[in-house]
Design a protein around this ligand. Structure first.
Ligand code: ATP
Length: 224
């Protein structure tokens, strides 16, 4: 069955940690494709100064030419808070009638997983998708007790299990760590320092003075 990965974020800006995560997990889990979904109006953080349409363009530049990575603009086309529940429900609703539903696999870094219990309709995410928690440097997985109890009994025995049913399982995955974050990129830019090697070259080349102003708005310069 053609399993689809979903990987959301504010992507302010998208960086090589995001891209490697999507590629590694697509290969490892044998996903037919991974949708990178820029969040338009993230419910749990202040709206980024960089406009959704610009963050979307960076994501498109970042995946250009990479087979199996696609940028999905549905949260930008939708009004209101960008709830992952609605995104998964939308993907489900697109499945051709009469065909058995494809597995959906939501990919989350551990820092996002640690906040999952605060998300809109978070328990019901398991009705729509599998969840894969991806190790992130300096961010151990520490699920809240209510999430831990929901996870009990749902662990996938092997990656193959995710391909055998449409939703409802979870697993952890570790990938070669890349300690890159958008926060650090913004802090380096605020200090007037180079971000080469942290973001895809096409994203780097596209940055305008206005982009750098928006990215560094409210950001403390890197001190290290
Ligand atoms: P910020 O520093 O602004 O919080 P970020 O680098 O964490 O940004 P987001 O857009 O918030 O990036 O993250 C989207 C998703 O990518 C989240 O699930 C996050 O855990 C994951 N992620 C981001 N960077 C990495 C990384 N280097 N390794 C693994 N996962 C990552």
């Amino acid at each position: 069955m053609n399993a689809i990965g979903i990987f959301g974020g504010t992507f302010t800006p998208i960086h090589n940690g995001h891209i490697r995560l999507a590629i590694e997990l697509r290969e490892r889990l044998r996903l037919s494709r991974v949708h990178l979904v820029p969040s338009a109006h993230p419910p749990h953080r202040a709206a980024p100064e960089v406009q959704p349409a610009r963050r979307l363009q960076w994501a498109q530049l970042a995946v250009a030419g990479e087979p199996g990575l696609v940028v999905d603009d549905r949260e930008i086309r939708r009004d209101g808070p960008s709830y992952t529940y609605d995104t998964l429900a939308g993907l489900r609703a697109e499945a051709p009638a009469g065909e058995s539903p494809a597995p959906l696999v939501l990919l989350l870094g551990d820092d996002a997983a640690n906040q999952l219990h605060t998300w809109h309709r978070w328990r019901e995410l398991f009705d729509l998708a599998h969840l894969v928690f991806v190790e992130r440097p300096y961010e151990p997985l520490t699920p809240a007790p209510e999430l831990a109890s929901l996870l009990r009994g749902r662990r996938a025995a092997a990656p193959q299990a995710l391909l055998e049913r449409p939703a409802g399982l979870w697993m952890s995955a570790s990938i070669p760590p890349l300690a890159i974050s958008s926060t650090r990129i913004r802090q380096l830019l605020a200090a007037g320092r180079s971000i080469r090697g942290l973001v895809p070259q096409a994203v780097l080349q596209s940055l305008t003075a206005e982009d750098i102003r928006a990215l560094t708005h409210d950001e403390d310069p890197a001190q290290d």
